[in-house]
Design a protein around this ligand. Structure first.
Ligand code: HEM
Length: 128
């Protein structure tokens, strides 16, 4: 498969995408419940899930046969896990249900993904 070079030649597209996703994810919680603004922000967060999966998936596609294939697989699984936790957190918060556990788990996932992303060799490689 031939992928556009903007997706795979560097990691900036992915970084821009997940940065926007995290910003909007946290923004949802400070908006008033039930407002149109919060609903629209949640919709944009959902679009950003897809953008992050596409940009991260493209990086994974070019690196999946490298020597770090397992670490890449774990990075992708952690990314998907974060998205599931983020969606559960927002939906529970909207329904006035307890969301502390999924929220804290999503924060832990963010920390883990940042570590994995900066540990792996593409883009910035902080730990070697
Ligand atoms: C909010 C969610 C995510 C965060 C915070 C995040 C964070 C990061 C960071 C910090 C990097 C390193 C960038 C660099 O070194 O320049 C990275 C790279 C990467 N991400 Fe994500 N990511 C997220 C979601 C995903 C998802 C959903 C996938 C897969 C579908 C994914 C796959 C990858 C891959 C394959 C790389 C390249 C690793 C490398 O060699 O540097 N990420 N990510």
């Amino acid at each position: 498969m031939i992928l556009p070079s903007i997706l795979i030649s560097q990691t900036y597209t992915h970084m821009t995408a997940w940065f926007l996703l995290l910003f909007l994810y946290f923004f949802v919680f400070i908006m008033y419940k039930g407002t149109k603004g919060r609903k629209i922000t949640h919709m944009i967060v959902r679009v950003m899930y897809i953008v992050v999966i596409i940009t991260g998936g493209a990086l994974y596609y070019v690196m999946m046969h490298s020597e770090h294939w397992l670490a890449y697989m774990i990075k992708v699984a952690a990314g998907i896990m974060f998205i599931i936790l983020a969606e559960i957190t927002i939906v529970r918060a909207n329904k006035d249900k307890k969301f502390v556990i999924p929220f804290l788990s999503s924060l832990a996932m963010i920390g883990f993904m940042m570590f994995m992303g900066y540990y792996l060799p593409m883009g910035m490689d902080m730990f070697h």
